[in-house]
Design a protein around this ligand. Sequence first.
Ligand code: SF4
Length: 608
Amino acid sequence: MAEMVHAAIENKSQCVVEAGTGTGKTFAYLIPVLLSDKKSIITTGSKALQEQLYHRDLPQLAKILNKGRKVALLKGRANYLCTYRLEQHVAHVPTDDPDVMHQLAMVAKFASQTNTGDLADCVGIEEDAKVLPYVNSTADNCLGKECPDYAECYIRKARIKAMEADIVVINHHLFFADMAVKDSGFAELMPDADNYIFDEAHQIPEIASDYFGDSISTKQLVALINDLRLIYRSDIPDMLQLGNTLNKLETAVADLRLAFAGEGSRGDWRESLTSKTICDALHRVISDLDFLYKVLKLCLDRSDKIEHPFEKVLQFKNQLERAFDTTQTGYSYWYETTRRFLTINITPLNVANKFKEIIERTQASFTFASATLSVNDSLDHFNKSLGLKPEHQLLVESPFDYENQAVLCMPRYLPETSDDMMPHSLVKLAKELIKAAKGRTFLLFTSYRVMHLVYEGLSTATEYPLFMQGQSSKRIILEQFIRHGNAVLMGTASFWEGVDVRGDALSCVLIDKLPFTSPDDPLLQARMKDCELTGGEPFEDIQLPQAIINLKQGVGRLIRDHSDKGVLVICDNRLVTRKYGQTFLQSLPNMRRTRDFQSALQFLENIE
Ligand code: SF4
């Protein structure tokens, strides 16, 4: 792998490698990067890997190779403290929420001590802390060169450091956010490079489609209203019309969210536009934005802080107007709701052409690496999704002795996954597994609903510490899981990958269902329709490969080291009863297989 990456760097070509867990994939691309004199950008899917490369792997290898290369870590904008916004919000506290007020004081203290402005270093402020939207930077709210704090801005300093470095470690979101703004020439952070390495590359097609499309969220509108309210209170409190207009817009934005039932749902935006309630709510937001634009025009010479949000108001209004036009082909129009917000998305069905353009434009070498890229021993699905024509391709098997280290159990006599009795069966299986493994179990789910039902069944029935996603941040839950050494952790999608628990704390992984994307998902539906129109097989070409990659990620949590042992239980009969079950099984590591649940329990009991 190292030789291939080296060749790709030298010849400015493309290299795609699937390297199983434990192969030393990271070192295999870092060594040629360190030995080369070219400027490299390494991009990762998770912050954890980004930190590991920057703080541990790169310094270690540079020392061994005696290569003094300048390395920089560059995170996405939202990770950095915006001193300008902090000062504004400390002077005019934006809310009476005691959590935000307390956290604001913590960030203010951190601001006086930090050299980097990296909010991850601010002790007590978690990734989802309520204060973050008030103190971090986004492309929407950054004033750039107009900012009075520009000279000392942490983002500017991080960017300068990245420009001067030989190797810059970033993440995929930053890469694509930058590629998207490069078209507009504003707010980009990432310097150009000769060589790009993507680790955790299986995530790229999804992330790319988010950034190559267009989206607008009521969260952005609420943030804009908050920023403007701050300016109103601090600079032009006599401009009562502005205060009233902001209040009116705020109500209209809340009503737009309320026009959609439920939370955590996704749906077809085109269909939503057939609802009069939704159309009326959207028209009201647009008309209130239009009025706000006119009011702000009158205030432009009253405060120099108005100009930037003034432009944003126009931009958001135009975006919302465009959301009425759903005629463009090759795109999926869909929406997503959370408890408080609504996002309208226009997502391209195919990112290959756009990604190809990036590769041609940058004229650099590109390496893509991950433990889960292949389907049925082929990299074609991945290559096709990004329009790659790699000169170098490689599949490196994991060196672990899966046959002796792990057992894959597909228990007999389970109900169908859609059966109402399934959660009950899962509780029963989980209880026995947890007992045999003495805690030390991950329960991975494809739906929140089933996870909560199983949690209810287990919470009073197990003597071991039980943690569920959502009780705290992912980092804290994982820390607690490892610290206890005999705990049980329940999670959905975000726990299927990027979780590295080595050794005794984890011996068993249960997966409730093959991770097919829900057939109701509007983006999937649009992709399948498009595939059909272009003569493809939607199930074979889209649904199946996606589910296989997801399953491989989940399975990969179990064996992380030569000495790890464990049992994987997949509670989905389709693995055995459907023809495609074989394709799943062939894509998994070569574990000993059984349908006898008792023998799986026995294997667990015998683990030291
Ligand atoms: S330049 Fe942007 S990010 Fe930096 S302090 Fe100013 S507003 Fe904040």
